[in-house]
Design a protein around this ligand. Structure first.
Ligand code: HEM
Length: 376
């Protein structure tokens, strides 16, 4: 019932597992969810083997900088709302304590609502919106849901029981949301620069055509599952990274002031901030990389799908060997990051990056199965 897991601590080996010999480690080996029973489980993160490959190929063009830059105004609108809400809250006093994590979570909910589901939630103004309530259900599953998830991990045969891992209210909510939105948009010929529109265009392009064997049919359920994973994969990760960033900037006023200067100087020179201009700010880039201290996933998971001899070792992995790459431990290893508890953007100057071994910075994973949302 309990399968052992190999923890690989030598970054030299990561290039083989994550990239070079990736065809041996295509899957994460997590859970036994069945998309037929739980349609929102049919998403990229949990998909396996050939189906994963086809789905990833289908979705990858959605995440190009060309497409993302059109979503930037939607994200900027949420940022402007965040500023307005905070200003209103603070009022004339100029001094008060705010629950920053809550603001970041509400902001991220709004960003994902508008980019993945095409709806303006405005949970900044209305923290009790239905979307936010369902998001909390996803993030804080009941004991029963957690038990089902653990059992499905430990006992693969559980797939033969009709067990739904996700609370049915979650599946129902996201499914209604996506289906209503898709049909409304098509009927009214509405085009919006968001993920839902891109997936809807893929769906429309398939109509009346015979699909090639390496294509994935973009049914409403497939689109719902992907919208759900964009929410699930993007919400907690982005809101915690944002919260930790603000925390470190508050603890390090000199870094905060340097970053502010860069942003102000860039705005003065370039005018309104755009996706491209944000990517030109080198200090901002170093500050966000310094968030290595707070990786969203403490480890990367893979499972061997073919027998494999680990290079430079005597170890041969049987099919089905679970592997863990301990991101958190690598990011805190003093050999790669001396004084690891220190928040120091200069660690990510080009010279310092060059001086470290490869694969010692993995907040988004690496290789063909890395984070598809990394480009955001
Ligand atoms: C700061 C923000 C984020 C962090 C730190 C993060 C981190 C990660 C990590 C570590 C993985 C696993 C990679 C691996 O196994 O090699 C992952 C996978 C994934 N992420 Fe993210 N993520 C973030 C934002 C997002 C966003 C905004 C989206 C979608 C809009 C997203 C969608 C996904 C998906 C779909 C996968 C599964 C990819 C696959 O299996 O092919 N993530 N993410």
């Amino acid at each position: 019932m309990m399968t052992p897991k190999l923890m690989v601590t030598d970054p030299e080996l990561y290039k083989y597992i994550l990239i070079k010999d990736f065809d041996h480690f295509v899957d994460r080996g997590m859970g036994e969810l069945d998309a037929k029973r739980d349609p929102i489980a049919g998403h990229l993160f949990l998909s396996k083997g050939e189906y994963w490959k086809r789905l990833r190929n289908k979705l990858s063009p959605t995440f190009t900088s060309g497409k993302i830059k059109y979503m930037f105004p939607l994200i900027k609108k949420c940022s402007d709302q965040l500023i307005t809400t905070i200003r209103k809250q603070i009022g004339e006093s100029k001094q008060m304590s705010l629950e920053v994590k809550d603001y970041c979570a509400r902001y991220t909910t709004d960003v994902i609502g508008t980019t993945a589901f095409g709806i303006e939630i405005n949970s900044l103004e209305n923290p009790d919106s239905e979307f936010r309530q369902v998001s909390l259900l996803v993030m804080k599953p009941s004991v029963l849901q957690m038990l089902k998830a653990v059992l499905s991990e430990l006992i693969p045969l559980i797939k033969y029981l009709n067990l739904k891992i996700f609370d049915p209210r979650i599946s129902q909510f996201f499914s209604n949301l996506v289906k209503t939105n898709l049909s409304y948009r098509e009927k009214n010929n509405i085009k919006r620069d968001d993920f839902l529109n891109i997936m809807m265009q893929l769906q429309i392009a398939q109509r009346g055509k015979t699909l090639s064997p390496d294509d994935v049919e973009m049914t409403d359920d497939v689109i719902t599952a992907q919208s759900f994973v964009f929410f699930f994969g993007g919400y907690e990760t982005s809101s915690s990274v944002l919260t930790f960033c603000l925390y470190e900037l508050a603890r390090n006023p000199d870094i905060q002031s340097k970053l502010r200067q860069e942003i102000m100087a860039t705005k003065k020179k370039e005018g309104e901030l755009t996706y491209e201009i944000c990517h030109k700010m080198s200090y901002l880039d170093k500050v966000t990389k310094a968030l290595r201290m707070y990786p969203s996933l403490p480890q990367l998971d893979r499972i061997s799908v073919k027998k494999y001899k680990l290079p430079n070792t005597d170890l041969t992995l049987d099919v089905g060997t679970k592997i863990s790459i301990p991101t958190f431990a690598i990011h805190y290893d003093p050999e790669y990051y001396p004084d690891p508890e220190k928040f120091d953007p200069e660690r990510f100057s080009p010279e310092n990056i060059e001086s470290r071994p490869h694969y010692t910075y993995l907040p988004f994973g690496d290789g063909p199965r890395n984070c598809i949302g990394k480009i955001l």
